[in-house]
Design a binder for this molecule. Structure first.
Ligand code: BGC
Length: 730
């Protein structure tokens, strides 16, 4: 089934119709604009009712009833303003059991817009069928350090990839009739590092991220901008942390300035769980709503009616500010059809669980990333195998990340189950949990192949203490030692990583195969098995660099950079985030961004470059051919190197385009990319705007983020870049 059909199969979204619950008030006239309808409604509300609409009515959120919503606001029954229900999150609905989707990193690794839309549609569909109006997702914060506890629910280290996947996710979710809530705005890139005394250095609740203007605009904001301008996201969650001094939820330059003024955002801003600071500063900055009426440990003052009224009485806010916030919320709800449809009912018996599981499997297959395949250790051939050892208790259960994305699956297939089922009765499958190294070695010895399955431990709230597989784990496994032991006992050892993000792989030279499955979601075991046995080509490419050593991280070696000193974290690496850093510093990582092998080979034809017809821009095209013997997945990636200048460092390459193709052996496909002026621009902080600099631009397209690439040069303005260069007017 194609993705569009899979989305259509999720069922029709209730249309804005007579089934609406608006009543017969003047603001229920659907021929009026959402703005006008909101004005009419707000003017009919008493001041007390207006004050009551700025906060949720349930004091539990992430800590509350595990079967319940994460936030609810009861509306105003006198005027038929209906209740609003909200839920998490990016990898599935965290509200009782639901379909656990693969980690967002797996989705990003798919480099597949249609899978992103499918993922959003599945989560949006379940959010609706569990009675929600808003879903707190996607998470689009950039992976600045792989130590970040929430890497698994991010979309990796690149703003372009994050933006493309995030936009499609939002379209998928909002297509299901719920409002997406892109989070956490902005520069929420760490949870904080736990110290020996139990305190958290660089705690997300209060840390001040000091980020330069250019770095913000080029790295930390573009994916939010795309969510607003292209995804038409209905709501934005402001983050806990401070950004350049002010808390994100009380940050006027950020909310009122960048979000509303610069990008034209017309939805509503809601505060993360107790992230509102004071009523006055929040409302003045552009905060509209806080789902949880909670006072947090950090001294925040929430938007409860009592606090709002006290602030009004003390002159710390104005009625106009309150009305403005209520107006933003109501306008959005009108615009997204909430008043004009029936309430969504919390009844997940209507969820197509089998269909969603199939979608989860498909997305996971699209994101599984083959990092090493020495001597064609993979794919396994069930007909030729007599015995197979599966080692590692991580492969015998459901592994995911913790916190507000901790989804409890309706059902799941572990890697052990998936492989055992796929191998069939003709293969003797042995298993050892790996706690006892000698037993693991014994189990692996003599088997035709050994698959070691290992996970890391990651959760919201604190960062990982280090990048090894055992960092932060509470069990007694020694994963690196286990892999080394098994590799000694079995020459065909394959490691399946179920990690939320990059980890260290000190054993990589000792094993034949490495497969990154991420936190693979409910159907993970089936997907991993299908990739290992070659039923599908591994579709993933890395959305983040896997470093060789922790000391190589862009944030390593300077506590001011990470986790911060005295509550301030300084992003002094600037735009050199992720692969931009490794490239610029010529540091060889273990596995680079964009990397991922296929079971087949691809060849790239010559790059064709030409100037866009009307505006400043570039069209790039080339042919990709499957020159191997199996059907496979190619992910041509277009990287641009902008010209630097004294005082204006440019990363050697930046991702500006990608496509995903499935090609049969011998088949070819033409791929083209359109780059507009923005793609060629950098942020000129002196002029506070995007600028295309004259100079020589390098263009490269590769399929695995490394190795053979098709290359070309573009000259902008009067720059001399060699005879082969294509010239664009500057
Ligand atoms: C997280 C949000 C989440 C919220 C509700 C917060 O701790 O930062 O991402 O949506 O809890 O669970």
């Amino acid at each position: 089934m194609c993705v569009a059909a899979a989305i259509a199969a999720l069922g029709a979204v209730p249309s804005a119709s007579a089934a609406g619950r608006c009543g017969s008030h003047p603001w229920c006239d659907t021929s009026l604009s959402p703005e006008r309808r909101a004005q009419l409604l707000v003017s009919a509300l008493t001041p007390a009712e207006r004050a009551s609409l700025l906060a949720g009515d349930v004091a539990t959120g992430v800590t509350g009833d595990p079967g319940g919503h994460t936030g609810a606001a009861y509306g105003v029954s006198r005027l038929d303003v209906p209740p609003l229900y909200l839920t998490d999150g990016p990898v599935g609905v965290r509200q009782g059991p639901s379909t656990a989707m693969p980690a967002s990193m797996a989705l990003a690794a798919s480099f597949d817009r249609s899978l992103a839309r499918l993922d959003g549609a599945v989560v949006g569909n379940e959010a609706r069928l569990k009675g929600n109006d808003v879903v707190y997702a996607p998470t689009v914060n950039i992976l600045r350090t792989p130590l970040w506890g929430r890497v698994f629910e991010s979309l990796g280290e690149d703003p372009f990839l994050t933006a493309r996947i995030g936009v499609e996710w939002i379209r998928g979710a909002q297509g299901q009739g719920v409002i997406a809530n892109v989070k956490h705005f902005a520069a929420n890139n760490q949870e904080g590092a736990k110290q020996a005394d139990g305190s958290i250095a660089g705690n997300r609740l209060s840390v001040d991220a000091r980020v330069g203007e250019r770095t913000l605009r080029e790295i930390y904001l573009p994916q939010f901008e795309a969510a607003v301008k292209e995804g038409h996201v209905g709501s934005v969650m402001c983050a806990y942390n401070r950004l350049n001094g002010a808390h994100a939820c009380a940050n006027r330059p950020l909310l009122d300035g960048v979000l509303r003024h610069d990008w034209g955002f017309r939805g509503f801003v809601l505060a993360d769980y107790a992230a509102s600071k004071t009523v006055g500063t929040g409302l003045a900055a552009g905060l509209d709503f806080e789902p949880w009426p909670f006072i947090d440990a950090d001294g925040g003052e929430n938007l409860t009616p009592a606090n709002v009224n006290a602030a009004l009485a003390a002159g710390r806010t104005t009625q106009a500010a309150v009305d403005h916030a209520v107006g933003n919320l109501m306008r959005t709800l009108f615009a997204y059809g909430y008043f004009d449809r029936a309430a969504y009912v919390d009844d997940d018996s209507r969820v197509d669980k089998a269909g969603h599981l199939a979608a989860a499997r498909r997305i996971e297959e699209g994101g599984i990333t083959l990092l090493k395949n020495h001597g064609r250790a993979l794919p396994l051939d069930a007909k030729r195998l007599r015995s197979l050892a599966i080692i590692g208790s991580d492969g015998d259960g459901y592994r995911n990340g913790g916190g507000s994305s901790d989804v409890r699956p309706y059902s799941f297939v572990s890697v052990r189950q998936g492989i055992t089922a796929r191998a069939g009765s003709g293969v003797e499958v042995r298993y050892a949990p790996g706690t006892d190294l000698a037993k693991a070695e014994q189990t692996a010895r003599g088997a035709d192949a050994a698959v070691v399955v290992v996970s890391d431990t990651a959760a919201e709230g604190t960062d990982k203490p280090c990048l090894g597989l055992d960092c932060g784990a509470t069990d007694s496994l020694s994963r690196d030692a286990l892999i080394a032991r098994v590799a000694k006992a079995n020459p065909r050892t394959i490691v399946v990583l179920q990690t939320g993000g990059p980890v260290l792989t000190p054993w990589r030279d000792k094993v034949e195969g490495i497969v990154e499955a991420w936190y693979p979601g409910a159907a993970g075991g089936s997907a991993v098995a299908r990739v290992l046995f070659g039923e599908v080509d591994p579709g993933g490419r890395l959305p983040a660099t896997f470093p060789n050593r922790a000391a190589d991280l862009p944030t390593a070696g300077d506590p001011r950079r990470y986790p911060g000193v005295n509550g301030t974290v300084t992003y002094s690496e600037g735009v050199l985030v992720g692969y931009r850093w490794y490239d610029a510093r010529r540091i060889r990582p273990a596995y680079p961004f964009g990397f991922g092998l296929s079971y087949t080979r691809f060849e790239h034809g010559r790059l064709h470059l030409r100037s866009a017809a009307r505006a400043l821009g570039l069209r790039v095209s080339l042919t990709v051919r499957n020159s191997g013997r199996r059907t496979g997945v190619a992910v041509p990636q277009l990287y641009l190197g902008l010209p630097g200048a004294p005082g204006r460092l440019q990363p050697p390459r930046q991702l500006k385009g990608f496509e995903k193709l499935t090609l049969r052996p011998g088949h070819r496909s033409r791929v083209s990319f359109a780059l507009d002026a923005r793609a060629l621009s950098y942020w000129d902080a002196a002029r506070h705007g995007w600028r295309v600099a004259p100079g020589c631009y390098s263009v490269r397209v590769s399929s695995a983020g490394h190795g053979p690439a098709a290359a070309g040069t573009v000259a902008v303005g009067r720059a001399r870049c060699g005879r082969a260069a294509v010239r664009l007017r500057g």
